[in-house]
Design a binder for this molecule. Structure first.
Ligand SMILES: NC(=O)c1ccc[n+]([C@@H]2O[C@H](COP(=O)([O-])OP(=O)(O)OC[C@H]3O[C@@H](n4cnc5c(N)ncnc54)[C@H](OP(=O)(O)O)[C@@H]3O)[C@@H](O)[C@H]2O)c1
Length: 231
């Protein structure tokens, strides 16, 4: 399929994976809108920056009105509320659900009437749902909810197709805060992962673009995790 003249809206532009999808789609000829809370940081050539906060429905409505018609929508923000369960703060849990679940629901609400024929949505889940770990309960729950949301919206918004991507550990910039411990974390991850490596933003971008383009895939979660959920 040709990406020429296809309009792709990506929300959660602060994510390293988002930026890679935006660059790859633009290089393939798509008209790309990259939306997030800090659009001044989205300076890639040929990509239109817009404001969107998944915790603020009015900003998502305004984005939909500004964009008008579209072919594809990808939402991949995350606001993890990790840590000991006994210290969990309600506001942090609400932000985590806004970024992954409630915000994407509101996006779908405002964008649904605007899809051209063949339109599709990709939501972002994550391996934590299938491999729960201590101090990651909120992450596991939001990611799990995304997989069910993709199934429910595939039925509710049909014929707009709705799928989810579930990445494993990906070198997207999200782990840079580990500092020197990052290399060791990636080495240990690669050791146990059936693919024997961590993921790249290119791996996830290719899977996302293929889900958007394939006209007969809907209601599916595609695991781009190197088999991590099986290890
Ligand atoms: N990287 C991995 O190893 C991995 C593993 C499993 C799943 N995933 C999933 O894949 C997706 C992309 O991951 P990533 O590593 O590229 O991203 P990331 O580094 O986790 O960044 C996510 C970005 O979401 C943005 N965000 C948070 N709350 C938002 C809100 N309310 N509205 C709009 N944007 C908001 C933040 O950017 P601003 O602060 O600039 O707004 C943040 O930098 C996420 O859903 C993540 O959970 C990633």
């Amino acid at each position: 399929m040709s990406w020429e003249k296809k309009r792709l809206v990506i929300v959660g532009g602060g994510s390293g994976i988002a930026r890679r999808i935006a660059v790859d789609a633009a290089a393939a000829g798509a008209e790309v809108v990259l939306a997030g809370r800090n659009p001044a940081e989205f300076t890639d050539p040929g990509i239109r920056p817009e404001f969107a906060d998944l915790g603020d429905e009015s900003s998502l409505k305004a984005l939909a009105e500004e964009v008008g018609e579209l072919d594809y929508l990808v939402t991949l923000a995350a606001a993890p509320a990790n840590g000991p369960f006994t210290t969990l703060e309600r506001d942090a849990v609400a932000r985590a659900f806004d970024a992954k679940v409630i915000g994407p629901m509101m996006l779908a609400k405002h964008f649904a009437p605007r899809f051209r024929e063949g339109g599709a949505i990709v939501l972002f889940s994550g391996v934590a749902a299938w491999r729960p770990m201590p101090e990651r309960a909120v992450m596991a729950t939001t990611n799990g909810a995304v997989a069910f949301l993709a199934e429910a919206l595939a039925v509710d918004l049909a014929p707009v197709r709705v799928n989810a991507v579930s990445p494993g550990i990906v070198d997207s910039g999200a782990w840079d805060g580990l500092g020197e411990a990052k290399d060791e974390f990636f080495r240990r991850t690669a050791e146990t992962n059936p693919a024997r490596r961590v993921g790249t933003t290119a791996d996830v971008s290719a899977a996302t673009l293929s889900l958007l383009a394939n006209p007969f895939v809907t209601g599916t979660t595609l695991h781009v995790d190197g088999g991590a959920r099986l290890s």
